[in-house]
Design a protein around this ligand. Structure first.
Ligand code: GTP
Length: 363
């Protein structure tokens, strides 16, 4: 096999993660202090896949500023910026000139422990035009099931089947290994969906696509609940990271252990009052401050978040620069956007979404 390249799809607007994605594109949303896309790059690097194309579109500058030409990661990164979204296959066609042979495609919002080298071996053995990573789930109805036989040959894609009607529980896990000829099957110059158009057409034309079914850790970070679940799984060790942050991170030294209920990850410059309670399952980004008797649990705080004394934050995500006033309560399942100020004593309903495209709203 030629040196395998990779295309990472990072052009989506991430609407389900709003308000976080108003100012941070989904691939740059942090997972334990590091942009999520770095976690994908670590896996590629580990598998020796060093030539990567980012198919971007929404807020590309934060991505290009961070990753540059890739040399600091020991990789080569090429960018294609779509002026209008081309969809998951249109985005591949758009970068065809950079692709020389077989290539991986990654949905940019999947966190998985998938072994890429093992998938490459399987793809070679099977000899199809494409191999799709599939994961078995209890209920495929929110996703779409991928029908495959005992040899792994895929025969059909069923989009979002009504609950209880799906013929199998295998879903598309968002990592593909494709032969270059797949690009020839994608029409140029218009949005095309790989799941809905390209894969079904390849099968209809007699090309072979194979299922690579594994039991790896896998989560799609599309929704806030999944984002919090991914953090719980990283902290518990269920999702092994290649560069482990350690349960209590860089900020640990200066923190009174009595305030911590592990597992917790605390980044550099964090200040926690000894009478506060942080954890379990709390991640605090750089420079966060937690006041006296405040409680933060099951939550992810990005950088520079301040929690006033006596405040309560549960099962929520607070973007950078959020201020929670003294005695305020953030109900479980809330997502608070960049720079939002929550007033002293405010009671935020569970599952609230606060914050718009500009920072600094107050509630
Ligand atoms: P939602 O708006 O919340 O559905 O999120 P999303 O915009 O990221 O869409 P979705 O989760 O379906 O996308 C799956 C992956 O494909 C993500 O990594 C997206 O960044 C990427 N993606 C989706 N549409 C496009 C596109 O038109 N162009 C490119 N380059 N990437 C895309």
């Amino acid at each position: 096999m030629d040196a395998v390249q990779a295309i990472v799809l990072v052009g989506g607007e991430g609407t389900r993660l709003r308000p976080l994605t108003y100012r941070t594109p989904k691939p740059m949303v942090p997972i334990v202090g590091v942009p999520f896309l770095v976690r994908t790059m670590e896996r590629l690097h580990e598998a020796g896949i060093l030539d990567v194309v980012f198919a971007a579109g929404y807020m590309p500058q934060q991505i290009t500023d961070y990753f540059g030409d890739g040399s600091q990661f020991g990789m080569r990164i090429t960018y294609a910026i779509e002026e209008t979204p081309l969809g998951t296959a249109g985005a591949l066609k758009n970068v065809a000139e950079h692709i020389r042979g077989p290539f991986f495609v990654f949905n940019g919002d999947i966190l998985t422990s998938l072994d890429l080298r093992a998938m490459m071996r399987y793809h070679e053995e099977k000899g199809g035009v494409g191999t799709l990573h599939l994961i078995e789930v209890e209920d495929p109805s929110p996703f779409g099931c991928v029908v495959n036989d005992a040899e792994g040959a895929i025969s059909a894609f069923i989009e979002k089947p009504p609950a209880g009607t799906a013929p199998c529980n295998d879903i598309n896990a968002g990592t593909y290994l494709l032969e270059r000829e797949v690009l020839d099957a994608i029409p140029p110059g218009r949005p095309v969906s790989i799941e809905r158009e390209t894969f079904p057409q390849l099968i209809a034309s007699g090309k072979r696509l194979y299922a690579y079914r594994t039991r790896d850790y896998w989560i799609d970070l599309g929704r806030p609940e999944q984002y919090l679940a991914a953090h719980r799984d990283v902290l518990s060790g269920a999702m092994p990271l290649i560069v482990e942050p350690g349960l209590t991170g860089d900020g640990a030294a200066a923190i009174d252990r009595n305030a911590i209920v592990e597992p917790v990850h605390v980044d550099a410059g964090v200040v926690i009052d000894p009478t506060a309670t942080v954890g379990p399952n709390a991640v605090l980004g750089r420079g966060c401050r937690v006041g006296a008797k405040a409680i933060v649990r099951g939550s992810v705080l990005w950088d520079d978040v301040e929690i006033g004394s006596g405040a309560l934050v549960e099962e929520s995500i607070l973007a950078s620069g959020v201020r929670v006033g003294a005695g305020a309560k953030i109900g479980a399942g809330s997502v608070i956007g960049h720079g939002v100020r929550i007033k002293n004593g405010a009671q935020i309903e569970p599952s609230s979404r606060i914050g718009g495209q500009t920072a600094g709203a107050s509630e």
